[in-house]
Write a protein that binds this ligand. Sequence first.
Ligand code: SF4
Length: 370
Amino acid sequence: MKKELGLYVHIPFCVRKCAYCDFPSFAGREKDMEAYVNRLIGEMKEKADSGVAIATLYVGGGTPSLLPAALMERVLGALRGTFDFLPDAECSCECNPGTVTEPFLRVLKKGGINRLSFGAQAFQARLLHLLGRIHTWEQVKESVSMARAQGFSNLNLDLMLGLPGQTLADMEETLEAALSLSPTHLSCYGLIVEEGTKMHDQVENGAWTLPDEETERDMYELCRSTLSRRGFLQYEISNFALPGFACRHNLDCWRRREYLGLGSSACGFSGNVRYRNAPALDDYLAGKPPEKTVISPEDARFESVMLGLRMTEGVSEEAFYQMHGVSLWDAYGEKLKSSMSAGLVVRENGYLKLTRRGMDVQNRVLVDLL
Ligand code: SF4
């Protein structure tokens, strides 16, 4: 029987760098797209393995939808020609409004992509402008409608909360605008202002002020209550889906299942070895080998708990034992005592999970475990 794996493919190109972005993406490198695709196809051949079946594919970025349709056609054709995909594989592709075209969507459809994720972020033009996004909400609507016309029905929208100047009323308006597009999945991420980004400078020099913690918590609660009322199930700290539409690729990452990564900066892991491809575009194009790290048994166990606690289902005791050969309680029983007595984590039906209060202070629980 073949080993089922997830596959991540990174497309690092963007029109321009958003103000908050510290992802490995590059603006103004369109001339390198063809060479990048050639290198990516070369890497597929290096990683080809007839003992593997791809259960989930995630094409992320960057902005995959910035790739010309003909190049994306080559990428998807080479993936299908190199790897075996399970017949029901979940195949996602990130798209950014303002870059999506009909020929591109047709290529995705033909290449077996069955789930699209749009970076929508916020309804208000002033917030999109402040984020440095290249699109308007009108373009979000247009992209979704183009996708539906091409037969895509499994659609995610990424939204952001905790933005400078964002109010609770803004968040409500964004949620309503997003829900009116009938997505199957919504990701609601709190803004993290990373050092080295334009937004960090603006916040540091006082040009932008972030909402206080309480307002941000209220926005998060608004997302949770609104989406729950509208039939969405929260399955991870930031992710909500209609029943049956949770992203399997992400679930497998949080369950710490092995996956392959292709493209600049892409990570993957197999057994006790994790690798990361060269993050700099030129290094990747020049064929610089990936960095490899051996994961110690202690680190592997901690990763399982750290990732698993992000999910509302929590960490499966059985899966933990299967993966690490030691019970969750033998590994962490003592260290969990204080979080359990503080009501931050609970043990329920074979799972260790955060309580509602524990979700707010996840880091405290993890520090105890360290
Ligand atoms: S579109 Fe995404 S990856 Fe590209 S610059 Fe903006 S946040 Fe970064």
